[in-house]
Design a protein. Structure first.
Length: 212
């Protein structure tokens, strides 16, 4: 839970842009053209536990460089670049590039359970909580024009197998009819790819479908 964490201010400097922009990139810029074969290939190294299963492929659009993936347990459909893999368990969906450098996790969030009042409070509190535990990480949060919240974590520590520190993007999407619930989409990329990672986040956001 996030209660008691120092908050990251969602102030005017952080609102320099009120929307995510893919900057002309498409899923083709992140894809490996394999006609969706990667989504049917198991990967024991990223199994995540005995309850992890491959996610359902609803369709492959090779001309667009994407596959439509259904995370059934969290009732979310997303477009994912071809050449990636996608798995899920009872609480989250996971997708990652073939080289594991780009990693995506999607969760349902109950803000009451997390000890915060709404999506804005969650975004600012999570940023503050991470910074208090890892002082070298810089976090900044901003509200986007559609009411979602973006938190950017710079200089996040590298995990095993990573060649450099990471930049992590959190996108907090509140449920339109119930501000106590939402979805968290987290995309982690190498720090040197932060600009491309933010553009990919824009593409993912444009193509997410949530069954509220």
């Amino acid at each position: 839970m996030l209660t008691g964490a120092a908050a990251v201010c969602i102030g005017a400097p952080a609102r320099a842009a009120d929307q995510l922009d893919a900057g002309g990139l498409t899923f083709l810029d992140f894809a490996t053209q394999d006609n969706g074969a990667s989504f049917h290939r198991g990967d024991g190294m990223i199994a995540g536990g005995p309850n992890q299963v491959s996610s359902r492929v609803l369709g492959v659009e090779s001309s667009k460089g994407l596959a439509r993936i259904r995370f059934e347990q969290i009732r979310i459909t997303m477009a994912i670049p071809l050449g990636w893999q996608a798995t899920e368990d009872w609480e989250r969906g996971v997708a990652y590039s073939s080289d594991k450098r780009y990693r995506l996790v999607v969760w349902r969030v109950d803000f009451d359970f997390e000890g915060v009042k709404d999506a804005e409070h969650y975004a600012s509190s999570k940023g503050g909580a991470i910074q208090s535990r890892r002082p070298t990480v810089k976090a900044q949060a901003r509200r986007l024009g559609d009411g979602t919240y973006l938190v950017v974590f710079e200089n996040a520590p590298k995990a095993q197998g990573d060649a450099e520190p990471r930049t992590v993007f959190d996108l907090v999407i509140p449920q339109p009819r119930n501000p106590k619930l939402g979805v968290l989409m987290t995309l982690g990329v190498p720090a040197s790819d932060a600009g491309r990672g933010l553009k990919l986040l824009a593409l993912l956001k444009e193509n997410i479908r949530i069954d509220w």
